[in-house]
Design a protein. Sequence first.
Length: 389
Amino acid sequence: MEGVTDFATRLWMAQTAAPDEATTPFLRVTKDYPSKRISANFLPEIELSKEHGVVSCVPQLMASETPDLIRIGEYFLKSVPFIDINCGCPSPTVVGHGAGSSLLQSPEKFHRYLSEVVSALGGEHVSVKMRVGFLDEGEFPALLDVLRSFPLARLTIHGRTRTDRYRGLARWAHMDLASRQLACPVVGSGDVLSLESFDEKMKEAPCLAGVIVGRGALRNPWLFRQLRQGKDRVVVSRSLVKARMLQFVLLQELQQQHWESFFKTVRDGFFNLGNELSGSEAEERNELLAAKIFNGVERECLAAVLWPVSRVSLARGKMLWNYLRSGLNAPPELSVAILRAPDWLAFLNALDAFLEHLSAEDVAVGYHREWDWVYSGAGSTIQDSREIT
Ligand SMILES: Cc1cc2nc3c(=O)[nH]c(=O)nc-3n(C[C@H](O)[C@H](O)[C@H](O)COP(=O)(O)O)c2cc1C
């Protein structure tokens, strides 16, 4: 997810509940960019493995012109089995440049684009992420016909059109159709928020090879564990919620301000303990990591109040909180102080106050639609508007 799932977030997600795999946010490729260098933190997973506490990650690329995409695709294919092409981004800037979901505007254009990429890179090295149409879902069968001609590594479908952006509900019947008609594995996307919604979607589209979870993984970061274990509730301790929340901010800070020592620490195996830590263990690991990188001290702990958290990392923490709060069973008023916190200390105090209001030490994490207003396709279908007469 663009602007969300950078390396620090993927590492954090792997530490929290370990999804099977991740994808980078799209890398927008042009004739001149990237030219000779790609940012070290775009896909550091290339140099890491499961033992380092990360999950494998597919690079996603977006380009208006196929030669640009092919050039960078060839670079990544030295290290990964396939690259993903973004044919779904609805942003007006991206569409205006002829990339993302604009590739779906005509089946001929879509065919030409894929044919050039597949003949250069090989279908088995290419996966596609798309929507069910540009203007209208009626465009889907013709797009499916195009896809039939290519032996892709995988197809992921977000069941909305470009016109929908994130409104309404994703159409899983379209994903079902694709999974029955195409030879490649088809993965579904849209509105997986809980075990219940996952089960419903798998009933509607039983031949899918898998699902991806976007916003739901921020609303309930333990969702992957829940889905794996087939449990209808995730219960975690308040102290673990707090430790994971703080860890997110810490990792953001380390990624932005201390990349080299941070990456060395990851490569040295600091995160190989996995995702079954208790709240106090997770808190201690945070403090050890902070002391190691901020103060260069191996064995001491540095309490969270002393971390030098920049405005950018604080803003990232608030972004996560804005999703996560709809997964925690407390009224939104209490969480507003966290979103408004002017600095790190105020953020910590507001978080403590919020957690104290949760009724018990053990917290059931689950989605509360009524408390969510972030990119909420499902939320926007609530009939809360009045007709203008
Ligand atoms: C903030 C945001 C950024 C996104 N960025 C990307 C992206 O870079 N590449 C992509 O393929 N999809 C992107 N998506 C779409 C998601 O991958 C997913 O298909 C969509 O959000 C529906 O799934 P969900 O209901 O599980 O979130 C983004 C979605 C959001 C909300």
